[in-house]
Design a protein around this ligand. Structure first.
Ligand code: UT7
Length: 361
């Protein structure tokens, strides 16, 4: 049976760290509030655009799978912070990777984009449209963050993670085994970034300034119920329960959301992977990065069944059951790395905050 196996994985977390104490220099907040309400301690700030961050993650995933860039059939970039809309950002990744035989697609479902990219690539491989794909979940959020708004600015960070998927004709079940995808569009206004998108062009909106509509408590509630019902649907398709799952790797938006979801799904702590303290919420990069780190840290072993619930603006949601293959070690590694950054994370975001203060919306 034709399956879409994940045979390469890689991540790119910028070195620049923005701590809770750094945030306390920008507005009225503190480490105790952020840690107890969200579980976050620090997040990363990128000094390069999303295509460059994605390129490093993708090159690492290709090395891990032991394949050459010119053998790649398809690149899908899942994100909501593209460098440019026209041309698309995945075409820049093709250029940087020198993957000249690859089709290129940008995909936006906000925080779930990385997992939707995995879903699309997997379905295209199973259908025989392509034989392999690189999918990337990546985000460079800090340029359009409102660094004067403590309600949202504490939550997000930058990063990228990638998977290489390839067709395998095998009786062994590997890759996505069941999934459920959806969108609660009646709640699309509770998480909106005003100032980004063509509807703001020629409307006198100050360039580089955003205003976030962000109903944190409502998003919190809907995230839990949306992910819970998504997981139940995906589990139902396989006729199994969470006790048959080896590890749950959820989208990391708030530790309290993760814990409430785990309680409802009856998932014990030892089956739950959490890395929110290191990165905050990297939107589309979050769930892919958590999967990559769970493999790297050996929380995922050969043949494990992984449940990945996610949600994002839209409000989009997803739940996927992924069977990992036999190999948990990379075939090879690459020494490719980001260029050095001379500015601190706090310097970078202070510059963005000054733009907001100079040009209020
Ligand atoms: O991927 C999708 C992305 N979005 C999310 O996942 C967001 C989901 N929502 C959340 O994670 C939580 O709702 C937040 C972390 C955003 C907020 O936590 P909360 O427990 O819902 O706090 P709250 O908004 O109800 O605010 C409680 C208090 C308020 O003060 P008063 O009115 O009680 O005096 C806020 O003004 O905390 C205050 N507050 C802060 N204090 C210090 C809000 N933000 C901060 C802050 N530092 N950064």
């Amino acid at each position: 049976m034709r399956q879409a196996a994940i045979t390469g994985w890689g991540k790119c977390a910028p070195d620049n760290i923005l701590s809770n104490d750094d945030l306390a220099t920008l507005f009225d907040t503190n480490d105790e509030w952020i840690t107890s309400r969200t579980g976050m301690k620090e997040r990363r700030i990128s000094h390069v655009p999303i295509s460059e961050l994605s390129h490093i993650a993708a090159a690492r995933a290709l090395a891990c799978a032991g394949v050459n860039a010119d053998d790649v059939d398809m690149i899908i970039l899942g994100s909501c912070s593209f460098d440019s809309q026209v041309p698309n950002s995945s075409s820049r990744i093709q250029q940087l990777l020198q993957a000249s035989n690859a089709a290129c697609m940008d995909l936006n479902t906000a925080c779930t984009s990385g997992m939707y990219a995995l879903s699309v690539a997997s379905a295209m491989i199973k259908a025989g449209t392509i034989n392999n794909a690189v999918i990337i979940g990546a985000e460079v959020i800090h340029p359009f963050m409102d660094w004067t708004d403590r309600n949202v600015a504490i939550l997000f960070g930058d990063g990228a993670a990638a998977f290489y998927l390839e067709a395998e004709d095998t009786e062994e079940n590997v890759g996505i085994q069941a999934e459920a995808l959806g969108c609660i569009a009646d709640s699309r206004d509770i998480l909106a970034v005003n100032g980004v998108g063509l509807k703001y062009a020629n409307q006198g909106w100050p360039l580089g300034t955003t205003l976030w509509d962000f109903e944190g408590r409502e998003i919190f509630k809907q995230a839990i119920t949306g992910m819970q019902s998504g997981c139940e649907k995906a589990l139902g398709k396989m006729g199994i329960s969470t006790s048959d799952v080896d590890i749950v790797i959820p989208h990391q938006a708030n530790l309290r959301i993760i814990e409430a979801l785990a309680q409802r799904l009856k998932v014990p702590n030892e089956k739950l992977f959490v890395n929110i303290h290191r990165y905050g919420n990297m939107s589309a990069a979050t769930a892919p990065m958590a999967i990559v780190e769970a493999v790297e840290e050996k929380h995922v072993t050969s043949g494990d069944l992984i449940l990945v619930p996610a949600f994002g603006a839209g409000l989009t949601w997803s739940a996927q059951l992924i069977r990992w293959g036999q190999r948990c070690e990379p075939i090879a590694t690459t020494d490719i790395a980001l260029p050095e950054c001379k500015e601190s994370a706090l310097d970078i975001v202070t510059r963005v905050a000054e733009t907001h203060l100079k040009n209020p919306a």
